[in-house]
Design a protein around this ligand. Structure first.
Ligand SMILES: O=C(O)CCC(=O)C(=O)O
Length: 280
């Protein structure tokens, strides 16, 4: 369906900003600038720590929870089962937790600022080229001992971007994400083999997933991310998250960036182009 990215066939106008490593990578030890770009090309994902401060992440969590409470308040019955983690009645909804919130970059000034954070954009522009926009975003919430798994899928199946290499997902860990509380897992190198068919369970028509028998053919490697770090993944990379088996929350914000001019040309679900936010 889409051309796979290889290290030989990156987008022609991709620019690697050799002279401007993100601040997070110029501090301390760990992978160098070139190491992490190479890792992304090879495996389809890479994690960069400490792009945001603890204070920024605490502010983001407080804002997400305030938005969640306000959103729950006005949710009608039809939408409740989709948005709530445990399908809840109206009475239960008082204590229920939203599974996800769409487009924080467009709805919440604080998340708009996170999306425009220069060290984050440095990384994004290195991966997909200069001049980028936030196209779609989501906050994902897994409460302690709750928050079901997100099955294996490819973002580019949902988005169908005109240029599959001109889209990257930046998954911001608002708090530590690890094996116990449901961090992401990736099938390394899966972005090199194109897009595979997805299906949706009849009761969850928006939950497009790679059929379990096929998903089981690939090893899924966990990608723990410390609070304030960002896991970047290519739109073709198979990924999933497990349920939260810990006493802790796992809240994260995924921002899907495109290089300007690229668009979701053949999306599997509708996306509102009026919310696209040009950033550079
Ligand atoms: O955070 C999750 O559980 C799922 C995130 C995801 O699928 C994504 O960012 O593309």
């Amino acid at each position: 369906m889409t051309a796979p990215m290889t290290s030989e066939s990156t987008s022609p106008d991709l620019v690697v900003l050799d002279d401007m490593p993100p601040a997070a990578l110029s501090r301390g030890e760990g992978p160098t600038w070139h190491d992490w770009v190479g890792r992304y090309r090879r495996t389809g994902h890479v994690t960069v720590p400490a792009i945001f401060s603890p204070a920024q992440m605490q502010g983001a969590i407080a804002d997400a929870m305030a938005w969640s409470a306000a959103f729950l308040e006005q949710l009608d019955d039809a939408k409740r089962a989709w948005y709530l983690d445990n399908s809840a009645s109206r009475a239960e909804a008082q204590s229920a937790v939203l599974r996800k919130l769409d487009n924080p970059h467009a709805n919440r000034p604080l998340f708009r600022r996170l999306a425009a954070h220069r060290p984050l954009l440095d990384c994004v522009e290195t991966l997909i080229g200069r001049g980028v926009s936030a196209y779609f975003s989501q906050i994902f919430m897994k409460p302690p001992h709750g928050g079901g798994p997100k099955p294996v899928h490819q973002d580019n199946y949902y988005f169908g971007p005109a240029d599959p290499d001109g889209m990257v997902t930046a998954w911001i860990a608002l708090e530590d994400a690890d094996l116990e509380n449901g961090c992401l897992h990736y099938a390394e190198g899966s972005h090199l083999h194109g897009i595979v068919p997805h299906e949706a369970p009849p009761e969850r028509p928006y939950d497009l997933l790679i059929p379990p028998a096929r998903a089981a053919t690939r090893e899924m490697v966990p990608a723990p991310v410390p609070a304030g770090g960002v896991s970047f993944h290519h739109g073709g990379t198979w990924h999933q998250s497990a349920d939260n088996r810990s006493d802790r929350w796992r809240r994260a914000c995924a921002i899907h960036y495109v290089r300007n001019g690229n668009r979701f040309a053949h999306p599997a679900l509708p996306y509102d182009e009026s919310l696209v936010l040009r950033l550079t």
